[in-house]
Design a protein around this ligand. Sequence first.
Ligand code: ACK
Length: 949
Amino acid sequence: MGDLGWVAYPKNGWEEIGEVDEDYAPIHTYQVCRVMEQNQNNWLHTNWILTEGAQRVFIELKFTLRDCNSLPGGVGTCKETFNMLMKESRYIKIDTIAADESFTELDLGDRVMKLNTEVRDLGPLTRKGFYLAFQDLGACIALVSVRVFYKRCPFLVKSLAEFPDTIPGSEASQLVEVVGHCVNNSLPLYEPPRMHCSTEGEWLVPIGKCVCQPGFEEINGSCKVCKMGFYRSLLDSLACSKCPPHSVARQTGATSCSCEDGYYKIDSDPPNMACTRPPSAPRNAISNVNETSVFLEWSVPMETGGRKDVRYNILCRRVLPDGRGLEECGPNVRFLPRRVALSNTSVMVADLQSHTNYSFLLEAVNGVSELAKDHAKQYVSLNVTTNQAAPSPVSVVRKGHTEKSSIALSWAEPDRPNGIILEYEIKYFEKEQDSSYTIIKSKETEMVVEGLKPSSVYIFQVRARTSAGYGAFSRRFEFQTSPYLTATSERTQALIVAVAITLALVLLAVVAGFLLTVHLGLLPLRRCGYSKAKQDPEEEKMHFHNGHIKFPGVRTYIDPLTYEDPNQAVHEFAQEIDVSFISIERIIGAGEFGEVCSGPLRLPGKREIQVAIKTLKAGYTEQQRRDFLWEASIMGQFNHPNIIRLEGVVTKSKPVMIITEYMENGSLDTFLKKNDGQFTVIQLVGMLRGIASGMRYLSDMGYVHRDLAARNILVNSNLVCKVSDFGLSRVLEDDPEAAYTTRGGKIPIRWTAPEAIAYRKFTSASDVWSYGIVMWEVMSYGERPYWEMSNQDVIKAIEESYRLPGPMDCPEALYHLMMDCWQRERSNRPKFDEIVCLLDKLIRNPSSLKKLVNSSHRVSNLLVEHASVEGDCSTRTQTVGEWLDSIKMGRYTELFMEGGYSSLETVAQMTSEDLRRVGVNLAGHQKKIITNIQEMRVHMNSTNSTVNI
Ligand code: ACK
């Protein structure tokens, strides 16, 4: 029971010794040194040590220990270690303690004290306190100090959060999570702040933080109130900000600023946005009347009120006759895209009454107009007078008597004829075959459509024409012809045969009469002007099969593939020439199969002519020979001044040759590049006319070229252009411009219509697209279409409605024609027939070529957007289904299809009534679809814009 309250046992073991240290401060040590005696077991217990909540404690011992070797004679029993134990409920050994350095006799003599320090940790502790004990088994020890301590994480303020003094966990490397407390006027940002207290008493891993609440800002680790004229609204902005323009903060600690008189703010305005006011009136309003529609356009107001959300509202009023005042326009007038909240500075107002005065008030509003009730509204007004209107669409078409090849139709006059109906047009085609259709006309409201196939479903649409033009087509009506008669009595059959013979005779007489009329020049065969109703060659062929009359004198091209023996096809269409009549003089180029040469051809009895000689190089396979001669089989069927003429073939001797007329100026693209800027516009149009004429001939023959490009046009000494290259280039292996498409075919992308690239739909209409590109090549003297753009970029740009810009100094009329050739919808492209007519007109009237493409539109390497049905690229949709999907109305796709609305063009003409009819019954859905249809119409009417590529 010593001064420290420690207990030593047995009594003659550990001994408490009071000493003084170097500074004469009293110190206690316990010593034991019974090294000479056997069986020592001397214990020293501490008194009870309180843990104060610590679960892990550290024990630091300082002691000296005698080196046994330095003891004379006592080595046998002497120890150099002792045990340290602890007790909560019973003693447990903590460790055996050895000295790092033990002392010797010598050290004692020199008064050197070799003090050892050892630290051990202890945990987890479960009780409020514990005892320590030191067990000596025969060593010579002086225990100088025992320090028992634990570690804690001290109170801390970090990121405006206070963390309390914290005792660590019991396990080594354990972290204790502590949630901090936000200091005055601060709040946790997103989540409460947290820190982690380690067993070493260190704060680690801070998470989250506090920030000053709105109206306060952080200065030197605490939150200070915002001064007057300043505000702080958001937790994540750091400092108080000055109030934005036209707003004030009259007190300290403001979380927002209030607007000055006459200025306003809406909830969605960000706090740092200035207070704003309503806009002034729109400016420079103009109107453009088209029959009973008016296009209104204006400029943005002088004063937008400081906001970007300016919108426009239209008030439409009809001027009553005899000065009886004004009357609101009513629900029948349509506004495209809508009447109020217009974001663009134009609107189309349709379905006005004809020959009527209207007054329009245009008002600009913005986000704060609603709040500014006492702000006087400012309008701009426009007065317009409408003209005559085209008739409204025929609403119902009925089926009458039906036979296997005819259907009788009847319909009612349109609801609003808007004038005297001059005639009706009936458009029809076999269902699913809408790439070709037939148009017939009738002055009555009924008609029997003949020449139909039995048991077939046909689609019919009718529209009316007045002096103001055509109205829109009715919606589509589907009717089916009767089936073949299965069991007919012999008498009926005989009757049918008799009637058929009579009809055939009558028809023959009519045809003969027609041919005679044509022959005498009484009936023009071709007329100028575009009309979508005309058919392309495929369609003409279809007409022929359906019993319609085809232009006389034009043969139909025969595919050499229809011949079992290709040699037979060659000799059917090409004359065999004896090689002795040809002399090869020069090589003029290289073809796919061998050299292209030139020289004179002297056929007996004919005058000598220059010819081009294509040769088939030696070592060819039978297949190559066939492919080479294929071109002759095709060319030999043509006879036209703008198609390269085949003189004959040499197949009986080697090398095999194809002999054609010689074209002194070679291919058109090189020729133009060589003569850049050298020709008059009329000369260029003359060349284009020639090419179009050749192409008209080919399309009349039912031949689709597929590789029409300036490089495949040859030019003679009189600048006559002739279409060439009819090689087996259907697969286009020989065209360096041809690239492989994803579908595997090889296609000259820059010259090819999108539908031909996408799904190999090659028609005369796709040749018309290529012709448009040739026009562009000619007018730009052989410039490469789309310059150095990659094929992929060209496809993408075309898909997104961009087109080549007008070439430098190109007459506007020609550029319009090119653009028409590049209509996405192939039935909207002009036919070669119409192109020739138009070019003839331009040549006859050269002043029509004076107006050049607006030079501001003609910036090199800019594509221009094509005004097309699909509208701009962001809202472009391809099918009705996709369009409906895009407005989340996809569920109606089937109903639209069943109702005959299978193209966006027809959808664009739908009214609410039509929607109800197809089965859209929910008012909200009707409204949504109608609003989008109106927007679609505006896109369809949208003007061209320019985009940088
Ligand atoms: O650009 P060019 O001079 O015109 O080079 C090519 C070359 O042969 C390989 O096709 C030229 N060529 C082809 N057919 C004829 C032809 N009938 N008259 C003159 N040159 C031709 C073409």
